[in-house]
Ligand binder design. Sequence first.
Ligand code: XUL
Length: 542
Amino acid sequence: MSNLFLGLDCSTQSLTGVIIDFDSSKVIYRESINFNKELPHYNTQNGIVVLDDEKIVHSYPLMWIEALELLFDRFIKKNVQIKNIKAISGSGQQHGTVYLNKRFEPTLKNLTPDDSISNQLVGCFSRKTSPIWMDSSTTKQCEEIRNSLGGLEATIKITGSNIFERFSGPQIRKFYQKDPHNYEKTTIIHLVSSFMASILLGKNAPIDHGDGAGMNLMNIKTKIWDGHALEATSQNLKEKLPSLVNSYDVIGNISPYLVKKYGFDPRTILIAWSGDNPNSLIGVGLIDKGRVAISLGTSDTYFGYLKDLYLDLNGEGHVFGAPTGDYMSLICYKNGSLAREKIKEQFNLDWNNFSEILNKTPPGNYGKIMLPYFFPEIVPLVLNPKVYRFGLDDDDLEGNVRAIIESQFLSMRLHSEWIKEKPEEIHATGGASANKEILQIAANIFNAKIRQFELTESAALGAALRSAKSYYDSIENEKDWQEIIQNFIAIQDTILIKPEEKYITLYNDMLELYKKCENFVLKDGKDPEPFHKKFITKYFSS
Ligand code: XUL
């Protein structure tokens, strides 16, 4: 009988499940439930509740549960060997918070298989919607918490990150200030990851150190809730938070409801869920120094494994716990795939047209530059979205297509300079990493090899691999991370995309130009025009 492991990923736009057969190194099943398409009654846009104020971005926790139930129904329809699943772990979009009342846990413990979980949990929320990582409406709360903690540097040293609008702490503080009545009624506040883990466990699940670090509430050195940070955030917060555990901890067995309803083996163990980025760290095989990854999904992220704690005291980057028990660095850009899609839609293109244009336009784009803040941006901080163009007309189809991709990677290179190690190889994942033309531009801009993986669902795969590791450890057949990752390499087909040397200087100069444009727009810097002209003359006057 084969040992199967299930990894789930509850992301912004979809819920994905990946099942691996560890012994034969195969992905035997993968399935994604797209919230918009498959659960249209929630009326979301890309998984998001549509509101007038674009700084407020929420989603529906009940929708995530319904997606999970739909996914399990598919398992049955497709004859997945549910009984052979030995362990399950998962991944959630980071930072988002779920607010539940005192009925939540008793209801969860007494679910009846005659009805769906989502129906039975309807009355258990003290806040119907959940603020998610795209929310940027908490600037006031960020300032208050940062000041209470003693300013930027002190805050970073305590929590591993500056206080960011999307992080859980400021989100909780906003709810506490704006709706004290319902805050009072909240008995537990979960992250997306621990909330979904609770549904599988049939009671409140803990938060792991990886995702916990994205809250501005956990002490990054001691990995326990930080008394000062809790006090700076809201009243009686400690009693409303789940406990903290290692990412690799076994948190219990699958709930009797899921055993009865879908036929899981009651011995199936659950491993703590974590954030999508910590899971992807494993899902792209980063367990050692010197390698970094880019994830091109709804958010674009740039992250790497850290053996020791290393902080960005400028405050743009974050440090989270890694699933191995060590640390990881991360920078997150909000204008990822949704920004690419804006350009694709503006010119009515499909992804093939998009690639063709990238193929036929020259690196450097004749000096056409875009600062792509279609949505409020995290890095650099831009709260009022606006797209800036230099030497580029709004209706220039080819210019805009190349500009959006070049600008995203130039910004990524510029703002990742604090992670001192220059990567020799970058592992790429996320939907857009399937596009070779996009990855070639990334390779040239970073002057690094890019490894492209066949499977782009690295967060779900990472969760499946994590559950395999903890399962084997639990039955005293320990496997080290290297063995787990080798197995993953065996699962995946990869292609190496090499940088083209002839563009190294061009992109070094373009990075300088991009930096000048950014400083001009965001920091009242000097007019970049003279430098812009020089760049065009140097590379494009024939
Ligand atoms: C990371 C972040 C995003 C979300 C998206 O800090 O905000 O990458 O995790 O899923």
